[in-house]
Design a protein around this ligand. Structure first.
Ligand SMILES: C[S@@+](CC[C@H](N)C(=O)[O-])C[C@H]1O[C@@H](n2cnc3c(N)ncnc32)[C@H](O)[C@@H]1O
Length: 209
């Protein structure tokens, strides 16, 4: 399977119809976390099985991974987890997603594709227009978590998010993870690989003000 999918390809112009929160989750009143670029969803399965009073939503652009994750979710009858296939930039820009964004407590971008070549930077998931769309609908106090092992990508994402005056960096030293979507600091697959290989991790949390 190809590892990298060009999100700007017109294959992703059409987005799937997003069900309402009540259709996606057993209890739509639970706090909601969104993981963008969730791959096969293993991170979200780990979270959803442990934190049963949170709802978890994953968006992934590789269709085969989403189909497999959805099957696994149905087989295991997990009711606080849902997956959506497509380009997150397009999906969340859709008018119908405004309500979902309004309901988010937090969003994570875990190890997004780096697209190293300068001419490919426009394929990176965090773009100024995208952060602008999120900032318009996210509630005050909701959070964005960013993690990567690529310093250049981290600097780029940090520049884009902090340039939007609706977001402010949080001092992670004082952040209380026990109230977050990931109280046990579950690791993503890429994170496990990065740790095993002693690579650096660059991470930051931003709050909507
Ligand atoms: C390097 S992988 C990291 C996967 C996982 N978050 C982790 O930490 O192990 C990046 C993932 O983001 C997905 N992705 C890239 N651009 C995307 C986009 N615009 N919308 C949704 N998913 C995207 C890729 O297909 C890939 O599965």
């Amino acid at each position: 399977m190809r590892q990298h999918v060009n999100p700007l390809s017109n294959n992703f112009d059409e987005t799937e119809i997003i069900p309402s929160l009540m259709e996606m989750f057993d209890d739509s009143k639970f706090p909601l976390h969104l993981d963008i670029g969730c791959a096969s969803g293993e991170f979200l399965f780990d979270l959803a099985l442990v934190n049963k009073n949170w709802n978890y939503l994953g968006i992934e652009i590789r269709e085969k991974l989403v189909k497999t994750a959805k099957l696994k979710m149905q087989e295991r009858e997990i009711k606080n987890l849902y997956f959506i296939f497509g380009n997150a930039n397009k999906i969340l820009n859709d008018f119908y997603c405004e309500l979902i964004i309004k309901n988010l407590k937090s969003i994570s971008f875990n190890f997004p594709d780096p697209w190293f070549k300068k001419r490919h930077h426009k394929r990176r998931v965090i773009q100024p227009e995208f952060i602008n769309v999120l900032s318009k609908s996210m509630q005050k106090g909701s959070l964005i978590f960013v993690k990567t092992d690529v310093k250049d990508l981290f600097d780029d994402m940090d520049f884009i998010i902090t340039r939007n005056s609706n977001f402010k960096k949080i001092n992670q030293k004082y952040y209380n993870y026990s109230e977050s979507f990931n109280p046990n600091k579950v690791l993503t697959n890429r994170e496990k690989y990065v740790i095993d290989n002693h690579l650096d991790i660059f991470q930051r949390i931003y709050i909507k003000i």
